[in-house]
Design a protein around this ligand. Structure first.
Ligand code: SAH
Ligand code: SF4
Ligand code: F3S
Length: 440
């Protein structure tokens, strides 16, 4: 009998993408093989997201689908990893769901042992102890992303406890990796041919390791040969340090793009959200960023319909959007998450129809702002890091420094190449152009 084959499907944020590669590393180190086809697998893992009710629902539907494969393949195991695992724990074993293994984000080292026990005893197993120190720093993840961008978690967990958010409960306490260890990982990635790294943390500007700051970490990463672009996500607007602003502005390898989650433009709602900044403070910070960094792309996350949010308060969010002119925004309807402070303190009192109405207007406004922002790129030429083929035939797709998607006719460039592209047409989400220089 050959090695057992594992299939893994990943949902949620980039941290989960990174973690799936940690899981891959742990299991390949223990004699498992991986497959891209669920029908071929002996073990199916879902690495899951619990941030909104919809995300969690999707996981349960997916499990239901995979459960059908169990009838066809004896001994097939289904495992839930990530934030839903941590959030629901043994509830996932409730009758009929069909889950055999549950492992939270800090329990991936135990997977070989868990699988062995489940196979031996035919009983379910759950590992969801959160750690204050686990960073998997000795396990450089496998990285499967086609050698363009590598995700690198520089810290794990979150201590912010925004009142709406489940992440501090699913990911546990904040902990940072040692800079030397991060540099070692990225040096190895550069040697494998990766051109770009994205440094990940739920709140990267609180990165600190024995006095070493996030800005210092970025500078150190920029000295690694072969790494041409550095991105990071996400900083928190409450305390964006000056040295970080300087390094984004002055270091050529650091992309001129900052994702700065707003959540709401109203100070009372921000207080209820425990975001610890006001509308005015956010506006001042965004202004300072745009002043200091030429051609900066600013993107954001917004929630509409937080408990008690009035129409007038919601208008403050639109007002901030108009003033800041975000290049892009991820917009969400408030989704109550059990166990969070908001769920305990505030009834989810904005109707579904009202939330839909609010988000529709927000999306419309952002589309027009994105289009306007993108029009400034017309006739400009950008260095584009090619990611692969575009949806349209004979077109390639990549990103410029500002993280905008650029599409252009295939000129033979490969994923990982840099191409100079002149922009000739724009939509709210895409810059469309032609290559003006041969492949570099
Ligand atoms: N740590 C990141 C965000 C992680 S979650 C940060 O603070 O930047 C990504 C986004 O999901 C959040 O920024 C927020 O806009 C949204 N989100 C989180 N919890 C939510 C909830 N309960 N309902 C709706 N949206 C939510
Ligand atoms: Fe959630 Fe806030 Fe932490 Fe982001 S900073 S993960 S929104 S608690
Ligand atoms: Fe989702 Fe967990 Fe990321 S809840 S957004 S996968 S940290």
């Amino acid at each position: 009998m050959g090695a057992a084959k594992v299939y893994i499907e990943t949902y949620g944020c980039q941290m989960n993408e990174y973690d799936s590669e940690i899981v891959r590393r742990v299991l390949t180190g223990n004699g498992y093989d991986f497959t891209d086809t669920p029908e071929d697998a002996d073990i199916i893992f879902l690495n899951t997201c619990a941030v909104r009710a919809n995300a969690q629902r999707k996981v349960l539907q997916r499990i239901d689908l995979f459960k059908k494969l169990k009838g066809r393949k004896q001994g097939l195991l289904i495992g839930v990893l990530g934030c839903v695992a941590q959030n629901l724990k043994t509830e996932l074993f409730n009758s009929g769901i069909g889950v055999d293994v549950v492992a939270g984000p800090d329990s991936y080292r135990t997977l070989p042992e868990l699988l062995r026990r489940v196979q031996e005893t035919k009983e379910t197993r759950c590992a969801t102890t959160l750690s204050v120190e686990e960073t998997y720093s000795d396990l450089f993840p496998a990285q499967q992303s086609g050698k363009v961008n590598a995700w690198v978690a520089v810290m794990r967990g979150c201590d912010n406890f925004c009142s709406f958010c489940v992440v501090p409960y699913t990911r546990g306490r904040e902990r940072c990796r040692a800079p030397d260890n991060i540099i070692e990982e990225i040096t190895a990635l550069a040697a494998k041919g990766y051109k770009q790294v994205t440094l990940l943390g739920q709140n990267v500007n609180s990165y600190k390791y024995e006095g070493f700051t996030f800005a210092q970490l970025i500078s150190a990463v920029s000295r690694i040969e072969g790494i041409r672009r550095i991105r990071f996500t996400s900083p928190h607007p409450k305390d964006f340090p000056d040295d970080l602003l300087e390094v984004v502005a002055d270091n050529d390898k650091v992309c001129k793009h900052i994702h700065l989650p707003l959540q709401s433009g109203n100070t009372r709602i921000l207080q209820m959200m425990n975001r610890t900044y006001s509308k005015e403070e956010y506006l001042a910070l965004a202004h300072r960023m745009r002043e200091r960094i030429g051609n900066l792309a600013l993107t954001t996350d917004i929630i509409v319909g937080f408990p008690t949010e009035t129409r007038e308060e919601y208008e403050d969010t639109l007002d901030v959007m108009r003033q800041v002119e975000f290049d892009a925004a991820f917009m969400f309807k408030y989704s109550e998450r059990a166990g969070t402070a908001a769920a305990q303190k505030y009834p989810d009192d904005i109707s579904a129809a009202e939330k839909t109405d609010r988000i529709t207007r927000l999306v419309d406004l952002q589309r027009s702002i994105s289009l306007e922002r993108n029009q400034r790129h017309l006739n400009e030429t950008y260095d584009v890091l090619v990611e692969g083929t575009a949806r349209k035939p004979d077109q390639l797709r990549g990103r410029n420094d500002e993280n905008k998607i650029v599409v252009f006719p295939d000129n033979g460039a490969q994923a990982g190449d840099f191409v100079n592209v002149r922009i000739e047409e724009v939509t709210p989400n895409t810059l469309i152009g032609v290559a003006v220089q041969p492949v570099t």
